[in-house]
Design a binder for this molecule. Structure first.
Ligand code: ARG
Length: 457
């Protein structure tokens, strides 16, 4: 088959060489964006009088027909035509005749592919932002039901201090809020048109880049044609933002997995988000959470992959850049899937409030209360820490907790301790009294929930 660029060639590459160079296997995902870009380009060519209106009308009609077929999944792409751009151009020429060959006037595949990628990411980042918001709403709903659910808080995965379970859930809300802001901020750099940069130096035709950008809904155009066709920063940024999002989802997934164990039993996942074992009949596995934790790996990999592809490529376009696509498509797919699954998992999980309650009543996570109590009575905190530590040790030796320790034993360590200590040591009080800004106190958590509502509004 003759190539659209075959003029200067005396022989064709063999099929297996073509296959190695082809991107159609994956860049067909850009079919809609490519047609959209072509429509804008040819419309602009008509407005500028570069092509006669009659030709423009024929080309637009042909593109429209291809679009309808693409929507119906009826386009048959071929490796011989290398990529989505040449496949569509060939189809257009087959459909409307040689006039179809005028579409590529004043354009190169280099600005064309960059335009497609910008259009594609702009749409998908919008979807990602929408799904993050959805997940935030679900987290907020769960949190609202658990403001007064007392749970153990951890450092080093050791019991630390009692918290409101809502407070724990809301920590993820704010991570997601930052993720959302990062994606939103990145749109500024995605929403720029490279179209009209040509191969890299611009074009001799009197094109109107602002017009084609406007037709495509871009907010701005690249100021430098060489930068326009070389830039893949916006994709690196997307992969980087997605890596951080996946890091957050992965940490949350890890907690979901731990909370679902028999050892913890803090939550139970809905059957619809769990799987069984082929051999052990009793098993109910948190596969979805594990998979999300695992999938963070491929997203990080995609980021490292593209950074490495770009390193050392001279200006401007190099075929290396074709390697920007699979990682990006894969990341879009992974992130959208992970967000959807996680939202469903959190929306349907059951929180075992009794188990959480009994957990904080059988540990030393109220030890800080005793130290703070003594410090509030004037004892230097360092001494209060020491006194409390000794009392904890006494309890451990007797196999009891601080609330079980008789007042007389406490007073042996410090006479500052009075009977009101038992109220202070109650886990509910430990949470309620942590009323510093952003703390886990019920009042603060309610203020936080209001802030979260406002962030979503
Ligand atoms: N398939 C190519 C890519 O994805 C399109 C651009 C090709 N340009 C070129 N000069 N070979 O990067």
């Amino acid at each position: 088959m003759t190539k659209l660029w075959g003029g200067r060639f005396q022989k064709s590459a063999e099929a297996w060489v073509d296959e190695f160079g082809a991107s159609i296997g994956f860049d067909q995902q850009l079919v809609m964006e490519d047609i959209e870009g072509s429509k804008a380009h040819v419309t602009m060519l008509g407005i500028q009088g570069i092509l006669p209106q009659a030709d423009v009308a024929l080309i637009l009609d042909g593109l429209q027909q291809l679009q309808v077929k693409a929507e119906a999944g009826e386009l048959a792409f071929s490796v011989a035509n290398e990529d989505i751009h040449l496949n569509l151009e060939k189809m257009l020429i087959d459909l409307i005749g040689p006039v179809g060959g005028k579409l590529h006037t004043g354009r190169s595949r280099n600005d064309q592919v960059a335009t497609d990628m910008h259009l594609f990411l702009k749409k998908r980042v919008g979807e990602v932002i929408g799904l993050i918001e959805n997940f935030q709403k679900t987290l907020l709903k769960q949190a609202e039901q658990h403001v007064e659910t007392i749970a153990p808080g951890y450092t080093h995965l050791q019991r630390a201090q009692p918290i409101s379970f809502a407070h724990h859930l809301m920590a993820y809300f704010w991570m997601l809020e930052r993720d959302k802001q990062r994606y939103m901020e990145s749109l500024k750099r995605i929403d720029i048109s490279p179209l009209g940069a040509g191969a890299m130096a611009g074009t001799t035709f009197p094109i109107d880049r602002l017009k084609s950008a406007e037709l495509l809904g871009f907010g701005d155009v690249y100021a430098n044609s060489m930068d326009a066709v070389s830039d893949r920063d916006f994709i690196v940024e997307f992969l980087s933002n997605s890596s951080l999002l996946m890091a957050h989802l992965s940490r949350f997934a890890e907690e979901i997995i731990i909370w679902s164990t028999d050892e913890f039993k803090f939550i139970e996942l809905d059957d619809a988000f769990s799987t069984g074992s082929s051999i052990m009949p009793q098993k109910k596995n948190p596969d979805m959470a594990e998979l999300i934790r695992g999938k963070s790996g491929r997203v990080y990999g995609n980021l490292m992959g593209l950074l490495t592809v770009l390193k050392g490529t001279p200006l401007t376009y190099n075929k290396d850049m074709q390697e920007d696509k699979e990682g990006m498509f894969d990341t879009v797919h992974t992130v959208l899937g992970a967000l959807k699954i996680f939202e469903g998992m959190v929306a349907t999980m059951t929180v075992n409030t009794e188990r959480l309650h009994s957990a904080v009543h059988s540990d030393f996570s109220n030890a800080t209360e005793l130290a703070d109590y003594l410090a509030a009575k004037g004892m230097p905190f360092r001494e209060a820490h020491e006194v409390t530590g000794k009392l904890v040790f006494t309890c451990i030796q007797r196999g009891i907790y601080l609330l079980d320790l008789p007042l007389t034993d406490m007073q042996e360590e410090s006479t500052l301790i009075e009977v009101d200590i038992y109220d202070v040591l109650a886990p509910e009080a430990a949470v309620r009294r942590r009323n510093s800004l952003g703390g886990t106190g019920f009042e603060q958590v309610r203020i936080q929930l209001e802030k979260a509502q406002a962030a979503l509004a």
